[in-house]
Design a protein around this ligand. Structure first.
Ligand code: MD6
Ligand code: FE
Length: 217
């Protein structure tokens, strides 16, 4: 069961949809934690505000980003990498809030990955029209750890591809409160986000916020 992009999600919270042998969507898994997550995010944004990073090719990313945790994902003309310091402030990234950490650990465990301890949380903010082109998450030191991705606010269509860029990608609608977890044999699957449609969310308005928690170092 997926959902109706232009209305309320049809999926029952707690429902687990397989995307692969070791990848799934946990529908509504973050539901009860949303107020705590948003409050914690406000505190992350004070020292580390949203910014639009530049790709190595010289394009400005359409999603705004920030990070928390010992490591943060950054992109500039020199490439993609993890860095311990926020290039904007010159300070270490703010700590991962306990509410983020707890949710990541619980979601990973629910998806079959015990003992997940993230050291990096990339936060993406999409407004209508913003997108993320098809990519693999390959900047981490090893691929034995899963990735936990939390969707908040406006719905988005997640592109879920294969192990080759040219593999046909499925379109998976993601709603407020959904958590995607993947690892193991699915860790290097191509994925992306289609340009966001303006479907204002009751709590967050015209934005989608995505928390992506990883073990990077
Ligand atoms: C997003 N997510 O959902 C972008 N990467 O806004 C990602 O690129 C992503 O959701 C790795 C694992 C899960 C993800
Ligand atoms: Fe990704």
């Amino acid at each position: 069961m997926t959902g109706d992009l232009f209305g309320e999600p049809l999926a029952t919270p707690g429902q687990r949809e397989a995307l692969g042998a070791q990848a799934c969507v946990l529908r509504g898994f973050a539901g009860a934690d949303v107020p705590a997550l948003l409050q914690a995010l406000e505190r992350v944004l004070q020292p580390a505000p949203w910014r639009h990073m530049t790709t190595p090719g010289g394009f400005t990313m359409s999603a705004a980003q920030t990070n928390c945790g010992p490591l943060g994902w950054v992109s500039d003309r020199r490439g993609y990498r993890y860095a311990a310091w926020d290039p904007l402030s010159g300070q270490p990234w703010p700590a991962i809030p306990p509410a983020f950490e707890r949710l990541a650990r619980d979601a990973a465990a629910a998806a079959g990955f015990q003992g997940f301890e993230p050291d990096a949380c990339l936060v993406n903010r999409y407004v209508p029209g913003a997108r993320l082109s098809l990519h693999q998450d390959k900047d981490e030191t090893d691929y034995e750890h899963p990735i936990v991705s939390v969707s908040l606010g406006m719905p988005a269509v997640f592109l879920w591809g294969g192990r080759e860029r040219a593999d046909k990608a499925a379109r998976v609608p993601l709603f407020h409160g959904d958590v995607v977890v993947w690892g193991g044999v699915d860790r290097l699957r191509f994925h992306g986000v289609l340009p966001l449609k303006p479907v204002p969310h009751p709590l967050l308005g015209e934005q989608r916020i995505n928390l992506t928690l990883r073990r990077a170092g």
